[in-house]
Design a protein around this ligand. Structure first.
Ligand SMILES: *Cc1c(COP(=O)(O)O)cnc(C)c1O
Length: 373
């Protein structure tokens, strides 16, 4: 991580200090009030809980430091994605989304945006680099894509999209603002599921929209207030706490992932390994310029569906769960959701377990599978 990222993280940890009076709590209170003392309507910071409240403010302040942008928080990643897209689109508009990205975003396009008269065009992530953006209002990227881990050049796409009159929205969930900074690379809006690594403990749904265009971010905040897509104060508190350890968790997760990917790549049971941190990987080109490291997600194939399921069942340190970015290493066979991947394809999200203990349990589970066939 760069010196700038380190400085942001340190500021995040102490962001409340300047506002504290003698005897104030160091961590933000979970403010449950829906109404605020309002003898007059002018001049109050808060007036009603749907429009804004102190625990959101605390977590938005942290995220604003990380993103170096205005931030509006939402009750889930999908709520944030919906708010961002609907703040940029109207009936008759055209949006390009990845056909190999997070599948609920595709459902949003098909079942909601299209119904309201938005034209949604799906293309593979890798084709976005050469796709013609003429006539589009929004180019929506996910890089690395989930679960395929393909990457595209955000800066190059932003330049071409802006020339074509389109805005660029980037789903930065897999990297977080500590590892990839789409707004610095020219994206107009970042959306993210803080449900994943930022909260980090698999116990809260949360999301945010970040951007540097105040008028546009005002529309996003209006969307939240008017649609009522609001996070709860306890959820905001949990994300605030999670963000304080994001950097140390990511450090362990990404270091372990790099080591495990390297070893899996040469394992006789494993094929088609994808990890952007490995020099031979097609996504390695994004390292350094766009991604700070290879991340904590690894994709690989075992022989077939049952080999993959048996491996997952045997490994005591892999939680068989969907989702990623949590403290527990987790994995699943993505074809069970209908993803366009091989039957034996596994997405592995490396957690914070001590690296060698984790590797030994993965290696042993692969070995015993080999013995049984
Ligand atoms: C999980 C995820 C989302 C949706 O987040 P929720 O909090 O589950 O609504 C969006 N994009 C990506 C890339 C994700 O992994």
């Amino acid at each position: 991580m760069t010196a700038q990222t380190d400085a942001r993280m340190a500021r995040l940890l102490h962001h409340r200090k300047a506002g504290l009076a003698l005897g104030d709590p160091v961590v933000p209170p979970i403010s449950v009030a829906t109404t605020f003392h309002l003898p007059q309507t002018q001049g109050a910071v808060h007036y009603y809980g749907r429009a804004g409240q102190p625990t959101w403010d605390a977590v938005e302040a942290q995220l604003a430091l990380l993103e170096d942008a205005e931030v509006v928080v939402f009750p889930s990643g999908m709520a944030a994605i919906t708010a961002a897209l609907l703040s940029c689109l109207k009936a008759g508009a055209r949006v390009m989304i990845p056909s190999d990205g997070y599948y609920v975003t595709r459902l949003l396009g098909r079942d909601i945006l299209q119904v309201y008269g938005v034209k949604v065009v799906q293309i593979p992530t890798l084709d976005m680099e050469t796709a013609d953006f003429a006539g589009f209002d929004v180019i929506y990227l996910e890089t690395p894509s989930n679960p395929g881990l393909d990457t595209v050049d955000i800066a190059a796409i932003a330049t071409r999209a802006h020339a074509a009159g389109a805005r660029v929205i980037v789903d930065n969930t897999t990297m977080t603002p500590l590892l990839q900074r789409p707004l610095d690379l020219g994206a107009d809006i970042v959306v993210a599921a803080d449900t994943k690594a930022p909260a980090g403990h698999s116990d809260v749904l949360f999301g945010h929209v970040a951007g540097r265009d105040s008028a546009l971010m005002g529309r996003v905040a209006d969307w939240r207030r008017v649609s009522g897509s609001v996070p709860g104060p306890f959820e905001a508190y949990l994300v605030h706490r999670g963000l304080e350890t994001l950097e140390v968790r990511l450090d362990r997760m990404c270091r372990s992932a790099a080591i495990i990917a390297e070893r899996l790549a040469v394992h006789p049971m494993v094929r088609g390994l994808r990890y952007p941190g490995l020099p031979g990987d097609p996504s390695h080109k994004a390292l350094g310029t766009q991604m700070a490291n290879g991340g904590f997600l690894i994709g690989f194939e075992l022989e077939d569906a049952s080999t993959a399921e048996n491996f997952l069942a045997r490994c005591p340190l892999i939680e068989q769960a969907t989702s990623f970015g949590g403290v527990h290493t987790a994995a699943e066979r993505r074809a069970r959701w209908g993803d366009d991947v091989a039957e034996g394809f596994i997405r592995l999200s490396v957690g914070v377990e001590p690296t060698e203990v984790l590797w030994q349990s993965i290696d042993a589970a692969l070995g015993s599978e080999m013995g049984s066939t």
